[in-house]
Design a protein around this ligand. Structure first.
Ligand SMILES: Nc1ncnc2c1ncn2[C@@H]1O[C@H](COP(=O)(O)OP(=O)(O)O)[C@@H](O)[C@H]1O
Ligand code: SF4
Ligand SMILES: [Mg+2]
Length: 391
């Protein structure tokens, strides 16, 4: 593992109980339906006049065993959000506000739940939950895997560190089981990372992330560097693995079409803010934000009818010089005069469980909502059926 990822060599054994301590960010709680709760979370880079806000006032909740997709162009703050959430953010990045709470069942006593505020947690508390309760897979498996370690050693080190009760034979058996889960033959354990394809390395990272049965797996663009066929295969495998093992997942990508295949719910980020949140199929079939519509028109769908790929004109804003009103104003084909100086807040739309930050959907708007942004989703279709439709 490189220092950029979870430093697994430095993580101490964690067979100790998760006891409530005075002054601790950890507390025993009632079972929560949410594995992760993020509220009013903000992250800055730099200080004083050089400061830019890369994540602004983000609130989101992830239910157990569900997949939350985060979409947005490069630079929209996706990685900063998950790095800061898991306290892996490096200087000059700083958390400037909000809370992130991880709720998980204790090992050995699934009825006792612990809640940990990741923002205020100590390094010791963070070590207890990393890998065991929350794990992360990054875009480049080549830099994440240690080039001088055979793959088998990576698995052995993780298991030895976190499950010291396992024997060498048990660790080997678990490594083989994990590789099989991600569609790889056990002979890969004897290989070095450079002897494997990009897809195989990324599968190994996914297997490592699942090694300790975490409650939450975060994937930051894990398939972006891979060809389309391998991307499809991995997305399909992740879907099956999630169904089998019940972990919750945050899956980040700039390709919204890909996300629709896997996610239960999607948030779309622009300039560090959530601009739309909806169920995956609702968002795909009936986007409400002009930026979501632009993203959908930027990538070919993996299946179903083809769409004309018009993309989004212009480029993402400079965070040090944001527009006065709506951040998307300079690029928005539907912009109105109020958009130039008034910033829309993320607001629930109609009576549905979705939100959008756009004046077009404001109750006091006198402008008719464009037809592209007012479609009715088809309730019969969802992301699961779309996966099953695949050849
Ligand atoms: N180390 C850094 N110093 C200053 N700004 C940064 C740093 N890392 C990222 N940023 C800025 O934060 C914003 C969000 O970046 P990032 O979270 O990497 O976006 P994404 O993952 O969506 O591509 C970008 O505008 C980027 O320029
Ligand atoms: S608020 Fe205005 S500029 Fe912003 S996305 Fe909506 S219509 Fe476009
Ligand atoms: Mg990123």
């Amino acid at each position: 593992m490189s220092a950029d990822t979870f430093d697994i060599q430095a993580v101490s054994p964690l067979n100790e109980g998760l006891e409530e301590q005075e002054g601790s960010a950890m507390a025993n709680v009632e079972r929560s339906e949410f594995v992760l709760e993020v509220s009013n979370f903000s992250v800055d880079y730099g200080v004083d006049e050089n400061m830019v806000r890369a994540v602004n006032d983000v609130t989101l909740h992830l239910r157990r065993s569900k997949v939350l997709g985060i979409a947005g162009e490069s630079g929209s703050g996706k990685s900063t959000l998950v790095y800061a959430m898991t306290r892996l953010l490096r200087a000059p990045g700083v958390i400037s506000g909000g809370d992130v709470t991880l709720n998980f069942a204790n090992r050995g006593d699934e009825k006792v739940f612990t809640s940990l505020n990741l923002v205020t947690a100590s390094e010791k508390e963070l070590r207890k939950v990393r890998w065991s309760h929350v794990s992360i897979v990054l875009q480049s498996a080549l830099s994440a895997l240690n080039p001088v370690l055979r793959v088998g050693r990576e698995f052995d080190e993780v298991l030895k560190t976190h499950r010291p009760d396992m024997s060498k034979v048990q660790r080997r058996a678990r490594a083989v089981e994990l590789l099989t889960m991600v569609g790889l033959n056990e002979d890969r354990l004897a290989r070095f990372p450079h002897e494997l394809s990009g897809g195989q390395r990324q599968r190994i990272m996914i297997a490592l992330a699942l090694a300790l049965d975490p409650d939450l797996v975060i994937m930051d663009e894990p398939t972006t560097a891979l060809d389309v066929v391998t991307q499809r295969e991995i997305i399909s495998e992740l879907h099956d693995l999630r169904s089998r093992f019940g972990f919750a997942m945050i899956f980040i990508t700039h390709d919204l079409s890909l996300l629709v295949e896997l996610a239960d719910e999607i948030v779309v980020m622009y300039a560090g803010e959530i601009v739309e949140r909806a169920g995956a199929s609702e968002l795909y079939e009936a986007p409400r934000h002009p930026y979501t519509l632009g993203l959908l028109n930027s990538f070919p769908p993996l299946h179903g009818p083809r769409r004309e790929l018009t993309g989004i004109p212009g480029s993402p804003p400079d965070l040090s010089d944001l527009p006065a009103g709506c951040n998307f104003y300079p690029r928005c084909p539907f912009a109105m005069s109020r958009c130039e100086n008034e910033a829309p807040a993320l607001t629930a739309t109609g009576n549905s469980d979705r939100s959008v930050a756009c004046w077009l959907h404001s109750s006091d708007s006198s402008v008719p909502v464009p037809v592209e942004l007012s479609r009715t989703p088809n309730p019969a279709r969802n992301s699961v059926t779309s996966l099953k439709e695949r050849p």
